[in-house]
Design a binder for this molecule. Structure first.
Ligand SMILES: [Zn+2]
Length: 178
């Protein structure tokens, strides 16, 4: 059974979907995901998501998914936007409580659904946040090198007119010693 819609439901009963081997496919509007919006400069309007629900040979409830979206993060050097495409696959194992996580095979990421329905959007938001880039600089030299002052370069070419603070300190100590 395939449930197809333009928008993915925000909450699902993941266990029921797994038993029915449903395919969840659709879009997740990203503007409403506050943690994501805090982490990025901007994002595409939607993420495109496909999730195949089922059970593995051990009977675990599994959601195998694929999520794609685009975000822009700020370059820490020039403060310009860096476009970043997220294209990630995930394998969730649905558990009822934290303690059950240890029963899952390592290939499954534990996702908790208690008595309530699973907050699918929040779980997908976690997945996007996991795939944000670690390096927040443009790969190219986005700021001309001559405008950058590196710590060791500044030391290598000291300003001779400026008094060395340590020298001043030595002089003070010398005076006190006399
Ligand atoms: Zn930059």
């Amino acid at each position: 059974m395939t449930q197809q819609s333009a928008g993915l439901p925000p909450k699902v009963d993941a266990r029921k979907c797994a038993v029915r081997q449903e395919t969840l496919e659709g879009q997740v509007p990203l503007a409403g995901l506050a943690r994501l919006q805090d982490a990025v400069q901007s994002s595409s309007e939607n993420a495109q998501v496909e999730i195949a629900c089922g059970r593995d040979e051990l009977g675990n409830f599994t959601l195998d998914g694929h999520i794609r979206c685009e975000v822009e993060i700020l370059c820490q050097r020039c403060l310009g936007p860096i476009p970043h495409a997220i294209d990630a696959e995930f394998q969730w194992g649905i558990i009822r409580s934290e303690e059950q996580a240890k029963n899952l095979p390592k290939s499954l990421d534990p996702v908790i659904q208690g008595e309530e329905k699973l907050d699918l959007y929040a779980a997908l938001e976690d997945e996007i946040l996991l795939h944000l880039p670690f390096v927040t600089y443009h790969e190219e030299d986005c700021v001309p090198r001559e405008n950058l002052v590196f710590g060791d370069e500044a030391e290598a070419a000291p300003d001779e007119d400026r008094e060395n603070p340590f020298k001043v300190l030595e002089q003070l100590k010398g005076k006190q010693g006399k």
